[in-house]
Design a protein around this ligand. Structure first.
Ligand SMILES: Cc1cc2nc3c(=O)[nH]c(=O)nc-3n(C[C@H](O)[C@H](O)[C@H](O)COP(=O)(O)O)c2cc1C
Ligand code: SF4
Ligand code: SF4
Length: 252
């Protein structure tokens, strides 16, 4: 019986929530769904295995890149917990989309969690989350989920969301390198979709970029950014929807 995290976390917030949820799991392995060059068909599980699948909510949906890669993994009836991590606006159809994708890959969904993490585009929203209070709450969820696993209970939770899912709308926000760019190639190597040309990293391929902000967060010169005016306008537009402390939730 093995315990594994299957994670898509471009800027680390999803990973933090996932770690809090799996703190009491022994010897946790990790499959990184953000590795553009990995061959995901090589991963498979057994019915006794336990897996946490965690992804951020992008526009209230799961990132298609992550779903496509998850679709190549063979679940073979392994038990799975799904976690959608969102930036204090809303997670809408993310969990039902993840549930459907996990089941299609052969996993048995036994629990679902929605957790808040700092907004990866507008970092002033949910800044610093998951914080201590979140980690305490997520540890409590982890304990309840472990009890269900130990009891051998494979029942499926009722997970809120719409089918058909809400319509996906691309953000179209593509970060650019500023004048301090040293062409170190870090952003190109770490872009989950291979959208940045390592020889010419100033921009990115608009048709491949999913606006995940990985390149912004890993740039050692802090010179890779979104257009300031666009970001300020988006922040203003999102202020009301992202205000207040949004909850973590568990469905068991
Ligand atoms: C393209 C994009 C779309 C997003 N859409 C939403 C959203 O609809 N609702 C929300 O609450 N947060 C949204 N967020 C914030 C992320 O869900 C949140 O910051 C998450 O923690 C990012 O995960 P990561 O740190 O693992 O990359 C979005 C972030 C990005 C990059
Ligand atoms: S990580 Fe930053 S400095 Fe390095 S190539 Fe990318 S934009 Fe330039
Ligand atoms: S270029 Fe786009 S897809 Fe690639 S890391 Fe940057 S924001 Fe993400």
């Amino acid at each position: 019986m093995k315990y594994t995290q299957i994670i898509f976390s471009p800027t680390g917030g999803t990973q933090k929530a996932a770690d809090a949820l799996t703190k009491n799991w022994p010897d946790v392995g990790r499959i990184d769904l953000s590795a553009a060059a990995d061959d995901y068909t090589k991963y498979s599980f057994d019915p006794e295995d336990v897996v946490l699948i965690a992804m951020p909510s992008f526009g209230g949906l799961a990132p298609q890149t992550a779903l496509d890669r998850l679709g190549k993994i063979k679940g073979n009836s392994a038990r799975c917990v799904i976690a959608a991590v969102y930036g204090n606006r809303a997670w809408e159809d993310t969990l039902v989309q993840m549930e459907d994708a996990a089941q299609k890959s052969g996993f048995q969904v036994i629990a679902a969690v929605a957790a808040v993490a700092e907004h990866s585009i507008m970092r002033q929203f949910a800044a610093g989350r998951p914080d201590e209070e979140d980690c305490r709450e997520l540890s409590g969820y982890a304990a309840s989920i472990m009890k269900k696993i130990e009891a051998g209970d494979r029942s499926k939770p009722a997970i809120p969301g719409n089918r058909p899912y809400k319509k996906a709308g691309g953000l179209g926000m593509v970060p650019q390198a500023g004048s301090a760019c040293t062409k170190c190639g870090t952003c190109a190597k770490q872009c989950p979709t291979g959208a940045i040309d390592v020889q010419s990293p100033k921009g990115a391929d608009k048709t491949k970029c999913i606006s995940c902000m990985r390149c912004v967060s890993v740039c050692p010169q802090k010179t890779r950014k979104l257009n300031g005016a666009v970001l300020a306008a988006a922040s203003l537009a999102m202020k009301k929807a992202c205000s207040g402390r949004k909850p973590n939730e568990m469905f068991l």
